[in-house]
Design a binder for this molecule. Structure first.
Ligand SMILES: [Zn+2]
Length: 298
């Protein structure tokens, strides 16, 4: 789904780096009162003028949420950032259950085969960011990108191995068993620091809170910059309410603190950001607006 009249830009050039959005789905998906425990119906009403219809399907009372990953190309390297929900996966949330969306076709349409991918980065281990790490082959889950190094923040891996992580997985069912463990078992995973630099143009930004190992991806080249902000925010409503955690934040207090700190920094520096779940074209500039923030889409 694209909102009528809004150009869905999919390609962003940042100096010598090319970034392409690869959208798996973009539909009214999540109830804002479900995902933002602190939100009230009155909050929504107060912001309806700019929410409708791009961000909010008023009839179904659902936020429009894309699930997407990104292809980043620089220095002849091909890097996939986040791998969406995946196909054929058994999931508790009906929307993600047993999908057939063939997201890999988006990659091929950009002239890249799964075998050509050099690196895969998962900003964190939630279900909509790790799905296409693996694909089904003869009843087994095998790495989708057989020649890639999969870069996982060590802190993220360790969290999901812990008691807290196990409890979080009990809620959703253990999707890491089919989407992360096969990659580790195949020897394709590298556990990296949260500020790991892939190359001079691309570096991870530690952003613990949503999950303990959550990272954003900083892209800089030739004086230009774009930050793939992942799930630092889930909807532009959080510019007005930056303290709102979303329901699945592992540490709601740290999530709010990190969000306010990074948004303040990006507003001051005029940085272009692209959160994972903002409606197309997803990218824009953060602005200071009184004690909160605003957003200007590209
Ligand atoms: Zn997400």
């Amino acid at each position: 789904m694209t909102t009528p009249g809004i150009a869905a830009q999919t390609r962003f050039d940042v100096g010598a780096v090319r970034i392409d959005r690869m959208v798996e789905s973009e539909e009214p998906l999540l109830d804002p009162l479900e995902i933002f425990p602190q939100a009230t119906a009155a909050d929504l009403e107060a912001h309806r003028a700019w929410l409708d219809p791009r961000h909010f399907d008023a009839a179904r009372r659902l936020l429009v949420i894309p699930i997407q990953g990104f292809l980043v190309r620089v220095r002849g390297k091909r890097i996939v950032v986040d791998t969406c929900a995946g196909d054929c996966k058994q999931r508790k949330r009906p929307f993600f259950h047993d999908q057939r969306r063939d997201w890999i076709a988006r990659l091929r349409a950009l002239g890249v085969a799964p075998e050509d991918v050099d690196f895969v980065v998962c900003t964190h281990f939630h279900v909509d960011h790790v799905g296409w790490n693996t694909r089904l082959e003869d009843g087994r889950w095998v790495p989708t990108f057989p020649n890639a190094r999969y870069l996982f923040a060590r802190a993220e891996w360790e969290y999901w191995q812990s008691t807290d992580g196990a409890q979080a997985l009990a809620r959703t069912s253990d999707y890491l068993a089919d989407s992360v463990l096969p990659v580790v078992e195949a020897g394709l995973a590298d556990f990296v620091a949260m500020d790991h630099a892939l190359c001079p143009e691309i570096q991870l930004i530690p952003a613990a809170g949503h999950t303990p190992g959550f990272v954003c991806v900083d892209v800089r080249s030739a004086g230009e910059r774009l930050v793939l902000a992942g799930d630092l925010l889930h909807a532009p409503l959080q510019f007005s309410f930056p303290e709102w955690p979303m329901r699945f934040c592992a540490d709601p207090v740290a999530s709010a603190r990190t969000r306010v700190r990074l948004l303040s920094e990006w507003a001051a520096s005029g940085t272009l950001i692209m959160p994972a779940h903002f409606p197309s074209p997803s990218a824009g500039f953060v602005e200071r607006l009184g004690g909160a923030f605003g957003f200007r889409y590209v």
